[in-house]
Design a binder for this molecule. Structure first.
Ligand code: NAP
Ligand code: MG
Length: 496
């Protein structure tokens, strides 16, 4: 482990934006929070306050929902599908033109290495908007042959749902905006977005591009604030037609309970504790690199993180020592330092949570097979860590840690591997490393998860559906499939 001090200087516009005043975006205009209160935004690399954003409440949410409703009934509705698509495409162009600025904002705000934000977060965001822009003109219904006497014309229409409340987490701040907004807007809905309080900056900068892209005021509204107040107000608002949420399973369950009151539609993308199976026939170099990347990418703060590693007994020691060596050798440092392979975690709270799991694991008898060392300079760092001697009832094995902590457990054969992998309440992702085609297929079919990776990990593309089995989610993101979750289907029957 090495720590370094040299870091690139942020762009002037990034500096100015971060240090400038921040506002809610309601009906196309900057707005102060009703309460006048503000939330602190912290720099995860130092623990110091970076800036402040408005602390929106139910009054702000209500104003935003009303604006979204007016835009839905009015100008957004009147555009042709092709015009709507062009606006979404232009938004993608604007994000791309400001790629470096967005990458720096997410790096500074979230703590992720700038190289990751440049290569992953921002380009994927652009791709998602472009991919969904193409669907505006491709939403179509069907015709039906009714089994009734007489002449009938029966058909279906795909219609937008209305006002969508989008609530997102902090781990991919800008990308999460695109995951929710691109399909919602492509389908003709309007949106009120509540970014995570830890990482609101890129969403607010994104808001500044909407007018130039051509969005009528009110199509997208942004209310920063806490989940307990602004988020809960959005979920409870009677004029919100659907909530789309990405975040923890516990908050997802609260939202599911809350929407029972008025049965608004809901999509939930939640946590995971994904199993990665390494078979003895795998290319072990590829498997070791892949398993390390599966857990350490984005500091383990990825919903699909390959957090539970299962290795065939005969190669267990070799694979674990390979991954441990990678963990030990990783360079931790601030996001804007080009040599940082891993930055700080997003918040003090998250750092304490992950350290708490490490303590619990050690108390329960888990042993550290390898760990890096975290800089001790006030930043929210946690060393990448590999744990062995793990039993399935331990909290480190059962609960989502959402940090750079891998547990490794041996298995005897394919059936044992599958049984151990599926012994979890989560079902977001899972995968295996093997060179045996039959094993690859058998395991892919048997794993209870919405996303399966074979000889790779974390592949995310707007063309392929993404979502969870079990307690990892309701609904799907991406692909044609996501549009089912942002449209209503209306069947029309005409007696001729
Ligand atoms: P979180 O605490 O559940 O928060 C997610 C969002 O919900 C934030 O904007 C949060 O606001 C808001 N929120 C909190 N309480 C709320 C309430 N009572 N009503 C309405 N909204 C509320 O999750 P997080 O800590 O930000 O993110 C980490 C979690 O997200 C992990 O469990 C991870 O697996 C999951 N995740 C899943 C996916 C996926 O696609 N499946 C992707 C990324 C992350 P504030 O935080 O601002 O208070
Ligand atoms: Mg939170």
């Amino acid at each position: 482990m090495t720590t370094t001090q040299s870091r690139i200087e942020p762009l002037t516009e990034v500096d100015q934006f971060v240090n400038g005043e921040h506002f809610l975006l309601i009906d196309g205009k900057k707005a102060e929070a009703n309460s006048g209160k503000r939330l602190d935004v912290f720099d995860p690399a130092t623990g110091r306050i970076l800036t402040h954003v408005p602390d929106g409440d139910a009054v702000d949410v209500d104003r935003a929902v009303q604006a979204a409703r007016r835009a839905f009934e009015g100008p957004w509705r009147r555009l042709t599908a092709s015009e709507r698509g062009r606006i979404i495409w232009r938004l993608a162009d604007l994000i791309e033109q400001n790629l470096e600025e967005f990458a720096q904002l997410d790096a500074i705000d979230n703590g992720k290495p700038l190289t990751i934000a440049r290569m992953v977060d921002v380009p994927l965001t652009v791709d998602v908007f472009r991919y969904m822009a193409g669907y505006t003109t491709k939403l179509e219904g069907s015709t039906y042959n009714l089994n009734l006497p007489g002449d009938w014309h029966s058909f279906s229409r795909k219609e937008p749902i209305g006002v969508i409340g989008a609530i997102i987490p902090w781990n991919f701040p800008l990308f999460m905006v695109s995951v929710k907004l691109a399909p919602a807007l492509a389908a003709g809905n309007t949106v009120v977005l509540k970014p995570a309080e830890q990482t609101p900056l890129s969403a607010l900068r994104f808001g500044e591009l909407l007018e130039e892209a051509g969005f009528p005021p009110g199509v997208v509204n942004i209310v920063t604030g806490s989940g307990e107040i602004a988020g809960a107000a959005l979920v409870a608002h009677p004029d919100v037609d659907k909530i789309t949420f990405t975040g923890s399973t516990s908050v997802g369950k609260q939202i599911a309970r809350a929407v029972a009151t008025d049965l608004k539609k809901v999509s939930l993308e939640m946590g995971g504790k994904s199993a990665n199976l390494v078979f003895a026939d795998a290319d072990l170099d590829v498997a070791i690199q892949g398993a390390a990347q599966a857990i350490f990418f984005n500091h383990g703060q990825a919903c699909v993180a390959g957090a539970r590693l299962f290795v065939e007994s005969s190669v267990f020691d070799e694979v674990v020592s390979g991954i441990s060596a990678i963990a030990t050798g990783m360079t931790l440092g601030p996001a804007l330092d080009p040599s940082s392979e891993m930055g700080p975690l997003v918040s003090k709270e998250q750092q304490q949570r992950v350290l708490g799991y490490l303590e619990a694991g050690s108390h329960d008898g888990a042993r550290v097979a390898g760990a890096g060392a975290a800089p001790d300079n006030g930043g929210y760092y946690v060393a990448p860590t590999v744990l062995v001697d793990v039993r399935n009832e331990m909290s480190v094995q059962r609960e989502e840690i959402f940090g750079p902590v891998l547990t490794a457990v041996p298995f005897t054969d394919v059936d044992d591997a599958i049984a151990q992998a599926n012994d979890t309440s989560y079902g977001l992702a899972a995968g295996c490393f093997t060179t045996n085609l039959s094993t690859a297929h058998k395991v892919s079919n048997a794993l209870q998860a919405g996303n399966i990776y074979v000889n790779c990990w974390g592949v995310t593309d707007p063309s392929a559906p993404f979502g969870g089995y079990k307690q990892s989610g309701w609904g799907r993101e991406f692909g044609r499939e996501v549009l089912e979750y942002y449209t209503e289907t209306k069947a029309v029957h005409m007696k001729l």
